[in-house]
Ligand binder design. Structure first.
Ligand code: NDP
Length: 254
């Protein structure tokens, strides 16, 4: 029965940024693993509409901007209203921005930090009381190798700082709730093919550097991050908390 531990039957998950890219792949896999899933993002994409049509009973949509201070309570409330509980939170929504450090004005800095750090903090803060009342839960934050190393060739210090903070928030939350049934972990993806990286992939120089610096010699597919998130969300990871699971094709080995 060990393989059953990788499933999410009976669990309710909230996935932010689940309308495309890594978040959509996570929602798809969680549904396949037996979870009921509330997906949030700002816009309902055709891919998300297909997901909702395929899983009319177990998938639901809640439109929200994660930087809206009212959004965290609303999305947690929506998950509980629709499915009766909340077992798994995946803080996936995020944005990147590139440029020299000295050109990063306050508006750009705030957009990165509000989306990548403040929002996951607030959403977890809204989810934890529900999980505590239920006796436990699992939080999976999507960090990045950008939280561990400098990116190249592009400069993106605000993004790097935001993801480093997400990794540390993950460790400290894990410490705080380890005795109260809530596991908190992060996935730190390397370069993944998605809308976020489309511009860089289309740039021959950037693509060459990204691929060339990845020992496996290729970028990741979103599905390869979803399996990591499933492991951390599931009982297969019952003794794993405070971990930052690096999934980067070897990028940070050298
Ligand atoms: P995408 O750009 O494809 O997707 C980003 C997601 O975040 C979308 O669903 C988007 O929704 C959502 N989002 C962004 N801002 C907001 C907001 N203010 N309110 C609500 N939703 C928002 O990126 P990825 O799938 O690649 O990235 C997902 C996560 O993985 C991010 O946290 C990213 O930093 C991280 N990551 C990605 C890597 C990569 O190489 N792609 C590498 C390492 C980490 P909407 O359509 O409404 O904007």
């Amino acid at each position: 029965m060990t393989m059953e531990k990788f499933r999410l039957d009976g669990r309710v998950a909230l996935v932010t940024g689940g309308n495309r890219g890594i978040g959509l792949a996570i929602a798809e896999l969680f549904l396949e693993a037996g979870a009921r899933c509330l997906v949030t993002a700002r816009v309902e994409t055709p891919a998300l509409a297909r997901l909702l049509a395929t899983h009319p009973e177990t998938a639901a949509w809640h439109g929200a901007d994660v930087t809206d201070p009212a959004a965290p309570a609303a999305m947690v409330g929506a998950a509980v209203a629709r499915f009766g509980r909340l077992d798994v939170l995946v803080n996936n929504a995020g944005v990147a921005d590139n440029g020299d450090f000295h050109d990063f004005d306050d508006a750009r800095l705030a957009r990165i930090m509000d989306t990548n750090l403040v929002a996951p903090f607030r959403i977890a803060r809204a989810a934890v009381p529900v999980m505590l009342a239920q006796g436990g839960g699992a939080i999976v934050n999507i960090g990045s190798i950008s939280g561990e190393v400098a990116n190249r060739p592009q400069f993106q210090v605000a993004y790097n700082a935001s993801k480093a903070a997400v990794h540390q928030m993950t460790r400290v939350m894990a410490f705080e709730y380890a005795g109260r049934g809530i596991r908190v972990n992060a996935v730190a993806p390397g370069y993944v093919v998605s809308d976020m990286t489309a511009g860089g992939i289309a740039n021959p120089e950037w693509n060459r550097v990204w691929t060339g610096n990845t020992p496996m010699g290729r970028l990741a597919r979103p599905e390869e991050m979803a399996t990591c998130a499933l492991f951390l969300a599931s009982d297969a990871a019952s003794y794993v908390t405070g971990a930052v699971l690096v999934a980067d094709g070897g990028y940070t080995t050298h």
